[in-house]
Design a binder for this molecule. Structure first.
Ligand SMILES: Cc1cc2nc3c(=O)[nH]c(=O)nc-3n(C[C@H](O)[C@H](O)[C@H](O)COP(=O)(O)OP(=O)(O)OC[C@H]3O[C@@H](n4cnc5c(N)ncnc54)[C@H](O)[C@@H]3O)c2cc1C
Length: 390
C-alpha cells in the first residue's frame, strides 16, 4: 500500500458485505429456510413451481431487485440480485433460476434497453406480480444463437412473429417474454430484433413442457408464434440491434448462473457437513474421520474460490468496469465446482445420498444444468480464449 493511501481508499475484501447487503442476505436466507425448503421435494416431484411461493417472492421484492423505486421495485444493485440468487439456490436451484431469469435477464434487458414508455408500462407489473422470460434459443440454434429462424415481418403498425422457441425458462409462469426474431434472414445477425411479447397476445401460445433431469420445478417450455402481431411500441431497442441486446444481457446473466451454481454448491455442502456430524460408523461420527474431513474441507475451499469469482464479476459490473471475461470464468468455474460438490456431498451421505429422503440427490441432478444453459462450458471457454488471445 502506498504511504499516501488513506484508510478509505483501501480496497474492501470481496466477500465483506455492507450493512445493507448483510441485512438483505440474512432476510433472503431466512425466507428461503422458512418458505422454500419445506416445499422443495414436492415441487420437484410435481414438476411445479408453487404459486404462493412466487407471490411471496414478489412481496419480498426479490422479483424486482434492480427495478427503481419509481416503478415499484426495490431499487437495489446487481450484486444484491446475485446474493438473492445464491441464497435462494442454496435452498432450491429451481427457485434460484426463476429469480435469476427475472432479474438478471428479463428486467435487466428492459432497464437497459427499454424506452421510458416501455419501462413505465412494463416494469411496475414485473415488480408487482408478472414473471419474465427470455427467449433466444430454438431447436436448431443453441450455441449458434444468431442462426435463429423465428421471423418478424412488418405488418401494419407492428411485426408478425412466426416460428418456435425452445427451452424457455419460466415460460409457464411468465406474463412478459423478451423474444428474439429476425426481420431479415439475409442480413445474418444484423436482422435480429428483440420484442416484448405479452401473454395472451393473439397467435402466441406455449408448446411442449420439458420433462427434465434437474431443476424440475422450473418450467422449461416451447413457445409457438403463429402470426403473432406485436405492436412496434414493443420493439425493445433498435430494429436489427437485437444481437447486441442478446450478447450483452447474457454477459450479465452468466454471473447469475454462477450465483445459482454457487448457492447450489453451498446448499449441498451444508447438507453434507450436517450429516457428517450426525452419522455414526465404527462407533464414531463420520465427521471424525480424517478422510471425510478432507472431503468437507476440499469442497469448502472450492466454494470459497467460486464465491470470490462470482462476487468479483458482480462487483465489477456494478462499478461499471469491464467484467465479460470474469463473468465467463465465474460461470465456467462455478458450474464445475457445483457438479463436484454435489457429487461428493451425495457420496458423504452413502446410500442415503442416492435416495430422495435427503437433499443430496436433487442437488446432484440440478448441478448438471450449470454447464449447459446461458452458454455451454465450451462457449465460456471460447469467450475467455477470445478475450485473452484476441
Ligand atoms: C433447462 C434449460 C433451460 C433453458 N432456458 C433457456 C431460456 O430461458 N432461454 C433461452 O433462450 N434458452 C434457454 N436454454 C437453452 C440453452 O441456452 C441451450 O441449450 C444452450 O445454449 C446450448 O444449446 P444447444 O442445446 O442447442 O446445444 P448445442 O449448441 O447443439 O451444443 C451441443 C454441444 O456442442 C458443443 N458446441 C457447440 N458449438 C461449439 C463450438 N463452436 N465449439 C465447441 N463446442 C461447441 C456444446 O458445448 C455442446 O457440448 C435452456 C436450456 C435448458 C436445458
Amino acid at each position: 500500500m502506498s504511504s499516501t493511501m488513506t484508510h478509505q481508499e483501501t480496497a474492501t475484501p470481496l466477500t465483506r458485505l455492507s450493512e445493507d447487503e448483510q441485512l438483505f442476505r440474512s432476510t433472503v436466507r431466512q425466507f428461503a429456510a422458512e418458505n422454500i425448503t419445506p416445499k422443495v421435494r414436492e415441487m420437484d416431484e410435481q414438476q411445479h413451481m408453487d404459486e404462493a411461493l412466487i407471490r411471496q417472492l414478489f412481496e419480498l421484492g426479490l422479483m424486482g431487485i434492480e427495478i427503481p423505486a419509481e416503478y415499484g421495485g426495490a431499487g437495489g444493485t446487481f450484486f444484491e440480485a446475485i446474493l438473492a440468487v445464491e441464497e435462494v439456490s442454496a435452498a432450491d436451484p429451481s427457485v434460484g433460476v426463476l429469480v435469476d431469469v427475472q432479474n438478471t435477464l428479463s428486467v435487466n434487458a428492459l432497464l437497459r434497453w427499454g424506452t421510458d414508455e416501455q419501462k413505465r408500462r412494463i416494469l411496475p407489473k414485473m415488480a408487482a406480480d408478472t414473471v419474465g422470460a427470455y427467449a433466444l434459443s430454438e431447436a436448431g440454434s443453441g450455441s449458434d444463437a444468431f442462426a435463429l429462424q423465428t421471423r418478424a415481418e412488418k405488418r401494419g403498425d407492428g411485426y408478425a412473429l412466426n416460428g418456435q422457441k425452445l427451452w424457455i425458462t419460466n415460460a409457464k409462469e411468465a406474463g412478459v417474454f423478451i423474444v428474439f426474431a429476425t426481420v431479415d434472414p439475409s442480413a445474418g445477425y444484423k436482422g435480429i430484433t428483440a420484442f416484448i411479447v405479452e401473454k395472451g397476445m393473439s397467435g402466441f401460445s406455449l408448446g411442449k413442457k420439458e420433462d427434465k433431469l434437474g431443476i424440475r420445478a422450473s418450467s422449461t417450455c416451447e413457445l409457438i408464434f403463429d402470426n403473432c402481431v406485436v405492436p412496434t411500441a414493443n420493439v425493445l431497442g433498435e430494429v436489427g440491434k437485437g444481437y447486441k441486446i442478446a450478447i450483452e444481457t447474457l454477459n450479465e446473466g452468466r454471473i447469475g448462473i454462477g450465483a445459482q451454481m454457487l448457492g447450489l454448491a453451498q446448499g449441498a455442502w451444508n447438507a453434507a457437513a450436517k450429516y457428517a456430524k450426525e452419522r455414526k460408523q465404527f462407533g464414531r461420527l463420520i465427521a471424525e474421520f480424517q478422510g471425510v474431513q478432507f472431503q468437507i474441507a476440499e469442497m469448502a475451499t472450492e466454494i470459497e474460490a467460486a464465491r470470490l469469482m462470482v462476487y468479483n464479476a458482480a462487483r465489477l459490473k456494478d462499478a461499471g468496469l469491464s467484467f465479460v471475461k470474469e463473468a465467463a470464468m465465474a460461470k465456467y468455474f462455478t458450474s464445475m465446482v457445483a457438479e463436484r460438490t454435489a457429487s461428493l456431498s451425495l457420496e458423504i451421505f452413502g446410500g442415503y445420498g442416492f435416495v430422495k429422503d435427503y437433499p443430496a440427490e436433487k442437488f446432484f441432478r440440478d448441478s448438471k444444468i450449470g454447464k449447459i444453459y446461458e452458454g455451454t462450458s465450451n462457449m465460456q471457454l471460447a469467450t475467455i480464449g477470445k478475450m485473452l488471445l484476441g
